[in-house]
Write a protein that binds this ligand. Structure first.
Ligand code: NAP
Length: 315
């Protein structure tokens, strides 16, 4: 038994819809594991009071329709809410309600983590860290890597900034609509300069992709192609994947299913692959550290996420 008391602080994830978010499972697993560890340390100390761990924080799903975003933030400030994650469709919309925004979130153009600073809200973007964390396990000379990013939506913006932070020589964003790619290139080009990053950013259309694949040391899928329920789809055929250099890393932001067809095909061809689950876990871990002041148990978060993704047993 873990007790919620009058001093348990409130965290959560704000989105619309929010029912399918894995974040409550991830964060509560880490918060419960922390409460149990603290209680166990107390049990062994002279200050032992109760055998029942008390939850210092709890993390809730917050279903906030776009038209109520401002009212929700005002209400949460009034009741002493500690912090929250922000997901679709509020990642950009929340920014005008924040009194402080980190340079990284300004550069990405989206906030996914908010916390209270006295009577004000502060926000940042931990998707960049989440994307980078699993890549940092590889020994790669990133300054010699040309990254290729498929798709140019919200997640791609964090991926582009992350690739530049990693030190990639260039990032090419491949999309189907030039009219959307050009403003993306312009705004992120300015952002990268502001952050002092000199990675070359370019754009290309799908029909020209083949000529860039042989140079792409990192290929990232940020489109929803291959995501449940269309699990048989892939943004690239096996033949096209095979044009990547042998040492390339293929990274798919999707985590349902795990692996996607793109990653299954890439792995069969001998490429190193990463799915989106570690990104999800590490963006959550960075947010946790901001709110709680210490890192979470990544193992507890991972176990909860995997359990949540398992199909439930048939009745
Ligand atoms: P988004 O803003 O809607 O962007 C999706 C991008 O994919 C757009 O550029 C869109 O192009 C392109 N696209 C969609 N369908 C396409 C198709 N059939 N062919 C070619 N391009 C297509 O979505 P997002 O927020 O960036 O999310 C993208 C994916 O990343 C989702 O699968 C999401 O679950 C995943 N994600 C994972 C994490 C994680 O932690 N692992 C975090 C964020 C997102 P148009 O603009 O032309 O429509």
């Amino acid at each position: 038994m873990v007790n919620i008391t009058g001093s348990t602080q409130l965290l959560g994830v704000m989105g619309y819809p929010i029912e399918h978010s894995l974040s409550p499972a991830l964060h509560n697993a880490a918060l419960f594991s922390r409460a149990v560890a603290l209680a166990s340390a107390e049990f062994k100390s002279a200050e032992f009071k109760s055998a029942e761990p008390e939850l210092e924080y709890i993390y809730l799903p917050l279903k906030v329709p776009p038209e109520h975003l401002g009212a929700a933030l005002q209400g949460m400030m009034a009741i002493g809410w500690r912090g929250f994650n922000v997901t679709i469709p509020h990642k950009q919309a929340v920014m005008p309600y924040l009194q402080q925004i980190s340079p990284l979130a300004e550069a990405v153009g989206a906030v996914n983590t908010v916390w209270r600073e006295g009577e004000a809200w502060a926000g940042t973007n931990t998707d960049v860290h989440g994307f980078l964390a699993p890549l940092q396990a590889y020994e790669v000379n990133w300054s010699a890597v040309d990254a290729c990013v498929l798709g140019g939506g919200g997640a791609a913006r964090a991926v582009i900034v992350a690739c530049a932070q990693l030190g990639c020589r260039s990032v090419r964003v491949v999309g189907r609509d030039r009219a959307k790619l050009e403003p993306l290139q312009h705004s992120l080009g300015v952002s990268l300069k502001t952050l002092g990053l000199d990675t070359l950013l370019s754009i290309a259309e799908w029909q020209d992709l083949d000529q860039y694949l042989p140079q792409a040391g990192l290929l990232v899928n940020t489109t929803p192609i291959g995501m449940y329920p269309k699990v048989g789809e892939s943004p690239l055929s096996s033949e096209r994947i095979g044009r990547l250099p042998l040492q390339a890393i293929v990274y798919d932001l999707i985590y349902t299913p795990r692996p996607t067809k793109l990653l299954t095909d890439a792995q069969a061809l001998g490429y190193r692959v990463l799915d989106g689950l570690e990104m999800l876990i590490h963006q959550g871990a960075a947010a946790f550290e901001i709110w709680v002041g210490e890192p979470p148990s990544i193992a507890a978060m991972r176990q909860a996420a995997i359990a949540q993704l398992q199909p439930s047993p048939k009745a």
